[in-house]
Design a binder for this molecule. Structure first.
Ligand code: GLN
Length: 486
């Protein structure tokens, strides 16, 4: 049962072969037995109450594709019942008085919340090791990181602790952990999913999206998540769209752009091998390959690591020991209370980014760093528009390597930043991007570690991306593989 997709579970629920309560209990039991540290907060009574609601609705024939489907939320989305910590000591015991818009929308669609998922502190990281609540283990190999910052979400779906989950992606945090855990994830066009109630990291880059086993499941979840929200100033108004509608369209004549910059130095041969094999598979499905260039790719790292910390330093100023959560126990005057609270409440990486952010925004450095980064950001977005005159979709690796061992890069922030090379530019440009499982590494250790294929589309091309991903999943079985013992 736990290996079934959302669309399969939906049919079983609607034909009353299983109840929402039984399904919720089954996944709660799996969560209780798991040693991955993927879940941070579980509340059986709350979950079962939601499941009972779903069962009542099904009984009255009042259901949709997500009624009774258990899912879990990255702990960046605030929830009224479960604590909302963003993986930080700063919010260790914080309970939100309201639900995030994405959470409300998924609830309105009938989903049952299983709990909250571990993540890097304030979504800053690529390995989930920056969580105050400890690292998450990769279900494929418990010595490995699951990726980050949505590491708990990816690990939970891969270990079948939940059929689907939410994630957020500021610079790759949906796509990268999806790739390293062998699942499917989509980051929509900036502005499609409301940021209201998503604890802010870098507001011009943050975007929520679904993570699940298949593209079809992601489409079903995304249908419920998108939509204009007056409470998010950058939310977009778009006509309603069913992301499952064209999922079966054939790929004949599809033009796949393959950026030469994504296949240079730094890309591990085993990842390259799996990604190239996947692109060859697409040729068999009728697609044509076009070599393209995204010349400013390498600059996306310095640009992102100026802009994201700049925005973070502003967003995180609200954690002052007064308005939310943690306050230092002992302090002198007010200034000292702020200092001690922030020094004790934030982890090392978060403090590093606040320092970088305030530095690049400060008088005398603003023009040299922040403004310059904004200019290059524009060039990066233009590169994509140029590329999309030649192709319909861009494909390449999500990450330069498969998952590394827990602890290996924990003391080396720059090594972590460099690993974001293929994902950052999508966010800088505001484009939609996906990761789908396309193989494994090579060698004794890496053969158990998944590889992801990245699909990047033009603005609002989510439906097309999901169609392209779904066709691959009809032709291959990488998305059906499970870690040993799952
Ligand atoms: N790894 C990137 C960072 O540390 C991206 C994180 C994200 O997308 N939230 O900022």
């Amino acid at each position: 049962m736990h290996n079934k997709t959302i669309s399969e579970l939906s049919r079983l629920l609607q034909t009353r072969k299983i109840s929402a309560t039984e399904l919720a209990k089954l996944f709660l039991a799996r969560i209780a037995q798991s040693d991955l540290n993927a879940f941070l907060h579980v509340d059986e009574a709350l979950t079962l109450a939601q499941a009972a609601d779903a069962d009542a609705n099904i009984q009255y024939q009042d259901f949709g594709p997500l009624t009774g489907i258990p899912i879990a939320h990255k702990d960046i989305f605030v929830t009224q019942g479960w604590r909302s910590t963003a993986g930080s000591k700063m919010l260790e015991n914080y309970v939100s008085p309201f639900d995030a818009t994405a959470v409300i929308k998924l609830r309105d669609a009938g989903t049952v919340t299983l709990g909250k998922l571990n993540c890097d502190e304030f979504a800053m990281g690529s390995s989930n090791e920056n969580s105050f609540f400890g690292a998450v283990k990769n279900p494929w190999d418990k010595a490995a990181i699951p990726g980050g910052s949505s590491g708990g979400s990816a690990a939970a779906v891969a270990a079948r602790l939940a059929p689907g989950a939410t994630g957020t992606d500021t610079g790759g945090s949906i796509r990268q952990p999806a790739a390293l855990c062998g699942i499917t994830g989509i980051k929509p066009t900036y502005g499609r999913v409301s940021r209201y109630g998503m604890i802010a990291y870098a507001s011009s880059l943050d975007q929520g999206g679904p993570m699940a086993k298949t593209a079809e499941d992601c489409a079903i979840l995304l249908n419920a998540m998108v939509g204009f929200d007056p409470r998010d100033a950058t939310s977009l108004q778009r006509a309603e769209e069913d992301f499952t509608q064209n999922i079966d369209a054939p790929l004949n004549g599809l033009r796949i752009g393959v950026p030469k910059e994504y296949f240079g130095e730094g890309l591990a041969p085993d990842v390259e091998h799996a990604v190239c094999a996947a692109i060859t598979e697409y040729e068999k499905l009728g697609a044509k390959i076009v070599e393209i260039s995204l010349p400013n790719t390498a600059l996306s790292i310095p640009v992102y690591y100026v802009i994201a910390p700049a925005e973070a330093s502003s967003n995180l100023s609200r954690f002052d020991g007064v308005r939310y959560g943690f306050r230092a126990k002992e302090y002198g005057d007010l200034q000292d209370m702020y200092r001690k609270t922030r020094a004790q409440g934030f982890g090392e990486e978060v403090q590093r980014r606040i320092l970088v952010g305030t530095y690049v925004l400060s008088h005398g450095y603003y023009d040299a760093y922040y403004l310059q980064a904004q200019r290059i950001r524009r060039l990066i977005a233009q590169d994509f528009q140029q590329a999309f005159t030649q192709c319909d979709v861009i494909m390449g690796p999500v990450t330069p390597t498969v998952a590394w061992n827990i602890g290996d890069k924990a003391d080396d922030p720059v090594a972590n930043y460099l690993g974001d090379i293929y994902t950052l530019s999508t966010n800088l440009a505001g484009l939609p991007g996906m990761s789908i499982p396309c193989g494994f590494g090579i060698g004794d250790v890496n053969a158990r570690r998944p590889v992801g294929l990245q699909l990047t589309g033009n603005y609002f091309d989510e439906a097309r991306l999901l169609n392209i991903a779904h066709q691959f999943q009809l032709a291959t079985d990488w998305h059906q593989r499970t870690p040993e013992g799952v």
